[in-house]
Design a protein around this ligand. Structure first.
Ligand code: ADP
Ligand code: MG
Length: 473
């Protein structure tokens, strides 16, 4: 077996044991450089990957290697020469480079730039400090690291220490209330702390779109672009909302390229991976996929308890551990809700001057927990599927087998069955009078693939989360 074949087989095994995001992140551009006297030397693209492979994945790698070649007893990672950065720029964006780069050469000009007028606000003659939109309450220090988020956290931290150099772009995805905004903001706050001269902008994609539309209306599109293209760190939160907005995507693409070209850092978050964002332009998708993609998943109950404890200690308070466990066990979907539940209990006990214990916690949270279990209606399932896939009800219901529609339709049928236990014949009726066997097949197809196809797995879990989360608010 050649080294190449051996590594391919090893990767094949590892891929089965770790999440897709982790696999792609850490094993991209790796390979066996040498195999001698039981020691296998693995080439990795950078120091960050070296650390992770050596400390976290060494057991997986060794186990896989040993199963293929029992003489292997040790692995070693070395940083192999990095591949040259791909040139992904369009002619358009190259034209902008001089304009953006010039101020970097002069401390004076650069200082002035920090105080340039913020975009979209006052008239350009009123200088205001540029708005970073950062909220200082989100920091790495108060972010609890656990298995569900350690990779995302590590990537964000690495980026904050090495703008434009560690991972660019960095793409973080995960469900509602799991800490994406917290991490993104932490990067910004960390940079402010260490390098206050850097130009930083945090913005949600929705706000970005509004500003863009305003700038077009007011014929200030050039200023808009100029403003964004001089950032050292541009953070775009909830990028899934760019879905279907062609004009915004186009402008963002140019801004992205201009920044990327000169190694300026871009960080993006979304509720799902780039490939699952419907109507995201292919060229943007491939830009996002060209960097590092990591996910945040739902925390375990132990992590939820740790988060509650940390929120309490920030405020110098404590709560009966049995009560804390009760909260953490019953509020599992979303850390924002978890904090909300804790606040409710603290407010109640402060008002009544009684310490929170298991008994009053149960009573106070009864309503909240009941709401969380609120019955989902057929309409809710339709709405969530329509929103997630950006598809109309008409398209879902009408006849037609186009893949863009067929897949969402099958997911819809699956959810109607798995979540609401609706008879297949009624599911057929809901979908424009289809036969019950169609509904049955759709259900079975998704059911069969859901354990082996990570994309289906991911979509299902996001859809479910939205179903229960949105029904409870
Ligand atoms: P998202 O952007 O993913 O919807 P947020 O970042 O807004 O979620 O997080 C929701 C709330 O939960 C915030 O108040 C955040 O500070 C808190 N939170 C999330 N994850 C953690 C964590 N690991 N440690 C501490 N607080 C967290
Ligand atoms: Mg958020």
């Amino acid at each position: 077996m050649t080294n190449e074949e051996l590594w391919k087989a090893v990767l094949g095994q590892i891929e089965l044991s770790i999440s897709k995001a982790n696999f792609v992140t850490w094993f991209k551009n790796t390979g066996i450089l040498q195999s001698q006297d039981g020691t296998v030397t693995i080439g990795v693209p950078n120091g960050f990957a070296k650390e992770w492979l050596e400390n976290k994945y060494n057991i997986y790698i060794l186990r896989a290697l040993k199963s293929l070649d029992p003489s292997v007893s040790e692995i070693r990672c070395v940083i192999a020469q990095e591949k040259p950065t791909q040139n992904i720029l369009s002619v358009d964006s190259v034209k902008n480079v001089d304009a953006v780069q010039a101020p970097e050469n002069s401390g004076f000009v650069r200082k002035k730039l920090i105080e340039r007028p913020s975009f979209g606000g006052q008239t350009s003659s009123t200088p205001v400090f540029h708005e970073t939109n950062l909220n200082s309450r989100y920091t790495f220090e108060n972010f609890i690291v656990a298995e569900n988020n350690e990779l995302a956290r590590a990537a964000c931290y690495a980026v904050s220490q090495n703008l434009g150099m560690a991972y660019n772009p960095l793409f973080i995805y995960g469900g509602v209330g799991l800490g994406k905004t917290h991490l993104l903001q932490s990067i910004g706050n960390e940079v402010v702390k260490n390098a206050p001269e850097k130009r930083i902008k945090y913005i949600t994609s929705e706000r970005f779109t509004t500003e863009l539309v305003d700038s077009i209306k007011n014929q200030k599109i050039d200023k808009f672009k100029e403003y964004y293209q001089q950032m050292d760190l541009l953070i775009i939160d909830d990028v899934q909302f760019l879905s279907g907005r062609e004009k915004t995507q186009n402008e963002f693409f140019h801004i992205f390229n201009a920044l990327y070209q000169i190694n300026k850092q871009i960080v993006i978050s979304s509720d799902r991976p780039p490939k699952a964002i419907p109507t995201l332009e292919e060229r943007l998708r491939s830009r996002f996929e060209g960097g590092m993609i990591t996910d945040i998943s739902r925390p375990t109950v132990e992590t939820r308890i740790a988060i509650l404890e940390s929120k309490l200690s920030e405020r110098g308070l404590s709560v009966d551990p049995a009560a804390l466990r009760y909260i953490a066990e019953n509020i599992s979907q979303n850390i924002r809700e978890l904090e909300g539940a804790l606040n409710r209990i603290l407010a109640y006990s402060e008002f009544h001057k009684i310490p929170p214990n298991l008994e009053n916690t149960k009573r106070i949270l009864a309503e909240l927990i009941e709401n969380n279990k609120k019955t989902i209606q057929t309409d809710d399932v339709f709405r969530v599927v329509m929103e997630f896939y950006s598809i109309s009800k008409e398209d879902l219901v009408k006849k037609g087998r186009k893949k863009e529609v067929a897949h969402p339709r099958q997911m819809l049928m699956h959810l109607l069955r798995s979540e609401l236990q609706i008879p297949f014949s009624s599911i057929g009726d809901f979908l424009g009078g289809r036969d019950h066997t169609t509904a049955l097949h759709a259900f079975e197809k998704i059911d069969k693939n859901k354990d082996t196809d990570p994309q289906i797995q991911e979509e299902l879990s996001t859809l479910r989360e939205r179903l229960y989360y949105s029904a409870s608010v």
